[in-house]
Ligand binder design. Structure first.
Ligand code: GAR
Length: 217
């Protein structure tokens, strides 16, 4: 049986599209039960519509508090009974109640080689820090921002000619490869969170997860 998932977005939804494409191509055995955006004008909602996936805009601005929004979001998600919640460019800080509710069953993708560059503007910060390489991480979500157990990372060298935009493009291409792969591992029950650590095929992963290379599946 396909693994039911719900995808949360705030913007373009290119990572959502990668998940849709891989599931349509039969490379990923998931059923995207719903796409939820906290922004009504997120292009990702159009992608969901085009793929006939139930989609919702739930604006955080209509709620008095972070707690009230997260509770409404949780209720909406849980109507779809997902096994996994996938944060794909969902740009909200989440309450501890919410993250605990989905402990071990919520993933995020973050555009840096964690634990480096948590938070925003990661591409420019990597250039400013004169890093030799930059990249992206998929991790389990914990109550601390961008700090849950890392599952999978992919990297790219930073060229002398790179700026934040060119680097973002390179990282995006990597995101579309590694996020579906991590979701696939979870859907195949090969990936779990145990006592705050990520385990793949029964092995505890290192702090920076698995480093992506071609042929990994
Ligand atoms: C992606 O680059 C993702 O890594 C980032 O938002 C972008 C969403 O792109 N997420 C974060 O920065 C989370 N802290 P998309 O809407 O095209 O998938």
């Amino acid at each position: 049986m396909s693994c039911p998932i719900v995808v949360l977005i705030s913007g373009s939804g290119s990572n959502l599209q990668a998940l849709i494409d891989q599931s349509l191509q039969g490379k990923l055995d998931v059923e995207i039960k719903a796409v939820i955006s906290n922004k009504a004008d997120a292009f990702g909602l159009e992608r969901a519509k085009k793929a006939n996936i139930p989609n919702h805009a739930l604006s955080h601005k209509e709620f008095e508090s972070r707690e009230a929004f997260d509770l409404a979001l949780q209720e909406l998600i849980d109507q779809y009974q997902p096994k996994l919640v996938v944060l794909a460019g969902f740009m909200r800080i989440l309450t501890e109640t919410f993250t605990q509710h989905y402990e071990g069953r919520m993933l995020n993708i973050h555009p840096s080689l964690l634990p480096k560059f948590k938070g925003l503007n990661t591409h420019q910060r990597a250039i400013d820090a004169q890093e030799a390489e930059h990249g992206v991480s998929v991790h389990f979500v914990s109550s601390e921002l961008d700090a849950g157990a890392v599952i999978l990372q992919a990297s790219t060298p930073i060229a002398a000619t790179d700026n934040a935009d060119s680097l973002a493009q390179k990282v995006h291409a990597l995101e579309h490869v590694i996020y579906p792969l991590a979701v696939k591992w979870f859907s195949e029950e090969r990936l779990i969170l145990q006592q705050g650590k990520a385990l793949l095929d029964g092995e505890t992963l290192e702090e920076t997860g698995v480093r992506y290379h071609q042929g990994l599946n």
